[in-house]
Ligand binder design. Structure first.
Ligand code: ADP
Length: 303
């Protein structure tokens, strides 16, 4: 089966800065692919290149079997896009927003009237058809933006930080919607800063930094390959004294703020060493995708 999206040697420069640097990416049909990376890594630029919204300086983009940029418009007819910022039209109702968007895909008012109930149902907005955008909560707006991306029944849905700014309840509803889309066989490509989101939803992940893919794999593969299986997070009085002796069972230690992250194969030995230090508190947990991400991209702030 052809890949819904294949990027080869993709390169984009702004002035002297190489923002996307020979990037290769191949999505598999019917799966969810996560694009992770710190701020400025080149994720949004990659998505814009993948959609043919900006031109690459080098490399190729094949979107749903069409070579871009020549065939971008044809390819985009089968793509749904959820942008980072909601850009719903505030002067119109929920229904009108869907209807107007349908026009971009050449859908008649009649066709849209047929599709809208299912889209509203998908978004959990069945009773809100005539509501103005300003009266919707942040979660409702995001769900409407997601439903709007489905007006053309796309094969591939591209989502740029679909849950940023949402509370946990609203985030879970979006996740539920995305899982339903995967159940329908659609391919998803999403960027996110939430590692839990990536771990839950994505079959495949590419971590990018400075415009390059630094690792690729399933969440489980990345955790197994790049990080020790256990983490003991330690904080409190006497951390420095403890570190001098107790950290010998840590395979790798990282300090972030007041917390020492102790990555280890033998957590029981680390915890045993902590018993004699009542001033210290700790949390023992399995290593997760965030640990991998921080190891690979560092803990320094990126603006
Ligand atoms: P991410 O989505 O991973 O945060 P972006 O793709 O938005 O990263 O940006 C990558 C880099 O490219 C940043 O340093 C950003 O400032 C720069 N950049 C993005 N768009 C433009 C543009 N239109 N002109 C100049 N620089 C840009």
């Amino acid at each position: 089966m052809t890949s819904p999206l294949k990027l080869s040697g993709l390169t984009k420069r702004y002035g002297d800065t190489v923002v996307v640097d020979g990037l290769d990416l191949e999505l598999k049909a019917g799966r969810c692919h996560g694009l992770l990376g710190p701020n400025g890594a080149g994720k949004t630029t990659t998505l814009r290149l993948a959609l043919g919204l900006i031109a690459a300086d080098a490399g190729t983009v094949d979107l749903l079997g069409q070579r871009l940029p020549a065939r971008a418009e044809v390819a985009r007819e089968r793509v749904g896009v959820v942008p980072q910022m909601d850009n719903l039209d505030p002067d119109f109702t929920v229904r009108e927003n869907l209807q107007i968007y349908g026009r971009y895909f050449g859908l008649s008012k009649r066709e849209m009237i047929g599709r809208i109930p299912a889209l509203l149902d998908f978004a959990g907005l069945a009773g809100k058809s005539e509501a103005l955008i300003a009266t919707l909560s942040g979660g409702m707006k995001r769900r409407l933006t997601l439903a709007r991306a489905l007006v053309n029944d796309p094969d591939l849905v591209i989502l740029d930080e679909p849950t940023t700014g949402l509370d946990p309840q609203a985030r879970h509803l979006i996740w539920q919607g995305l899982r339903r889309l995967m159940g329908q066989g659609k391919t998803l490509l999403l960027t996110t800063h939430f590692m839990e989101e990536a771990e839950r939803l994505c079959d495949d992940i590419s971590v990018i930094d400075q415009g390059r893919v630094i690792v690729q794999g399933s969440p489980r593969e990345l955790i197994q390959t790049h990080i020790e299986p256990h983490v003991v997070e330690i904080y409190g009085d006497g951390l420095n004294e403890w570190q001098a002796c107790g950290s010998r069972h840590c395979h790798r230690c990282e300090q972030a703020g007041e917390t020492l992250f102790c990555y280890t194969q033998t957590p029981s030995k680390v915890v045993a060493e902590l018993a004699a230090h009542p001033g210290l508190r700790y949390l023992h947990r399995p290593a997760n995708l965030e640990d991998v991400f921080l190891k690979l991209t560092g803990r320094d702030l990126r603006d």
